[in-house]
Design a protein around this ligand. Sequence first.
Ligand code: AGP
Length: 606
Amino acid sequence: MCGIVGVVGLQDCAETLLDSLKRLEYRGYDSSGIVTRAAEGFVMNRAVGKLGALSATMRDRPLSGRSGLGHTRWATHGGVSERNAHPHIANNKVAIVHNGIIENHAALRDELRAAGHEFASETDSEVLAHLFLAAFDQGMSAQEAGAAVLSQIEGTFALAAMHVDHPDMMIVARNASPLAIGLGDGASFVGSDAIALAPLTRNVIYLKDNDFAIVTPDSAQIFDAAGVSVHREVVIVAASQGMVDKGGFRHFMEKEIHEQPDAIAHTLAAMTGTDGTLSTPLSRDDLQAIDGIVMLAAGTSHYAAMVARYWIEALARVPVSCEIASEYRYRKPVTGAFTTAIAISQSGESLDTLMAMRHAGEAGLRTVGLVNVPESTIAREASLVMPTRAGPEIGVASTKAFIAQLTALICFAAALAEARGSIDAQRRDEIHEHIRGLPSIIGRTLGLFDDIRPLAHSLTTARSALYLGRDVLFPVAMEGALKLKELSYIHAEGFASGEMKHGPIALIEEGLPVIALLAADEVMGKAASNLQEASARGARIILVTEERAAHVVDFADQVITVPNVDPLLAPLLLTVPVQILAYLTAFEKGTDVDQPRNLAKSVTVE
Ligand code: AGP
């Protein structure tokens, strides 16, 4: 949920730290700070608010030094304030930045206070700085100090610490929160993900849980929790500077909406075998052995799971249970016939989803990670990875990753169905052909920005909005509502159309916007009559549908049409207008589209 960076061995490293933080700001932006090891010791700037506040401070008070740490915060322990901002410095000797939650921080703080330590903040992270201070003050080496501190703490962490007497060294460690070590030419780096290090190096080492490392300008010695030296491979990562710029768009989200045709094409390529037919990383035998699937995800990824359930059950006749990861994590699920758990996560770092996947694995299910970041923790821990290839998604509101998830999931459903004999190869290839055509069809929906802009403007004053969808479009209604509320802060709820008459229809009042998703499918008539019930009570019906179905709801107040598409693929196509609607409404309202308040791109706390 926070972003951390560190550098050793780079002249005037402060600007590099600030630049890396800009690429991590999507992880949290309540406050930020940078500390460097200058000639006189540690010097630090911190600021509340987005990174622009820190940039201004850095201009007024530049920091010198060839090593330092940086942090951008999403508050967990301790309110949003300058004194709770990271980095934290203990006794002018140990500086630290941390992402995660130290569960036993209170007890440790009491012990340290009893030993004479004084604290300047309310954060659990500052306790870590004092633990390292105590270890070094006892004369421990960096390796001994790393093992000693890790043996005392419980919880999740990605941390980087420096001691003022060792200016060219960082101690870095992780458990459940992501951390990458970057090996440069005469300098070394650490960051919450490879995107932070993209312009600096592509040679990256990913620590495993409870690893720690001693990082110097030309080395990274890695140890396990017991302090035993271990080897971790150096990987060449794909992230590059060009992949993390706005490319001329106003926002990352706008760019990523436009990248959706490519996201589909690249993900489809990853789900196509050498023989040109739909395939998955699971073997035919694996697919035939699947008796039931548990889908584990959060937020938008959970809605992708909900769409996939309709596809998998209809095509492959395999039961699917869609679980909200944070709920599943602490349940005592009866796994029964469920043999496979698919953890769906754009970041591959959502702790709720990671812990739910571990929970499923402990219950004996085979775990598959459907992730957009191949080097992520979920990818590394799953028994098998089914990749989406959307490219780095920087906007906090997920768009192209969702479309890529749906692409991978429809491919998986068709391949699973054919392997189990519930559809034949011809039907599988028909579906494949439809998916192949999607990038150009989706590309045509990108022309809807101008049509939707006036509608978005009219929504900016709405107090609330309902999204309705039936069958496979119900999860898309949920996703549309999430997009509107997380971007424009307008309350919105998604409902199954058929559910309205069981209570929510009481919400209908004159002019209430109801965004209705409808496709030319088996339930089109039922969905239309559900909308009639809302319209008859004064709702403002905004219909989002295929061209061939627009006539079905002739009482709609506004209609947004997309090209006709096979009913199986309607969820992908109808998602784009609701993404555009949410984006433009937020843009019109002036909210921060790429970094909405209170949110972070990767929720790495439970
Ligand atoms: C998406 O618009 C949201 N920002 C959020 O719900 C997100 O989908 C959720 O946090 C899950 O993230 P993940 O896919 O990286 O696990």
